[in-house]
Ligand binder design. Structure first.
Ligand SMILES: Cc1cc2nc3c(=O)[nH]c(=O)nc-3n(C[C@H](O)[C@H](O)[C@H](O)COP(=O)(O)O)c2cc1C
Length: 131
């Protein structure tokens, strides 16, 4: 199992309703490709986790990275993980306040070491509204 985490900035901030419509489409694709993950969004700031077979993760990430709807795509993690953190979600969505986004990102960026170190942080984030 492989995961890839990146951050980016929307070229034009998405309206949340627009993003939810896009997600419905993307989820169908992810389900077909056996991909799971989460998309965190805050006023144009994006963080996405992609999980699945390495080839599928890389193929989708190549398309996403080339997508003109966002820029500044920066990988935070790209490596093997023991298991999926979002097994039940073809792409979970979380809209967060700007201050929370930055806080979460700083914690993720500070998590050096193997990619799998990110998993507990991600799970804690998803389980808690406090972040
Ligand atoms: C922030 C962001 C996240 C995206 N996440 C996904 C995703 O999880 N799954 C997906 O199929 N497409 C996602 N896309 C869309 C892809 O970039 C691309 O449009 C889609 O894979 C269709 O590519 P194709 O037209 O080459 O088939 C995302 C785009 C953006 C901007």
């Amino acid at each position: 199992m492989h995961h890839l985490v990146y951050t980016s900035t929307a070229t034009l901030p998405f309206a949340e309703t627009e993003l939810r419509q896009l997600l419905a489409h993307w989820r169908a694709t992810n389900a077909r490709l056996g991909l799971t993950g989460v998309l965190m969004y805050s006023e144009g700031d994006i963080m996405q986790v992609l999980e699945g077979e390495q080839a599928q993760v890389q193929a989708l990430f190549s398309r996403i990275a080339a997508d003109a709807r966002h820029r500044g795509v920066t990988k935070l993690a790209d490596g093997p993980v023991p298991e999926r953190a979002f097994a039940d979600w073809s792409m979970r969505f979380r809209a967060v306040a700007s201050s929370d986004f930055q806080q979460h990102l700083e914690r993720l960026s500070g998590a050096s070491g193997p990619a799998s170190d990110l998993a507990p942080l991600l799970e804690a984030f998803m389980a808690s509204d406090a972040w």
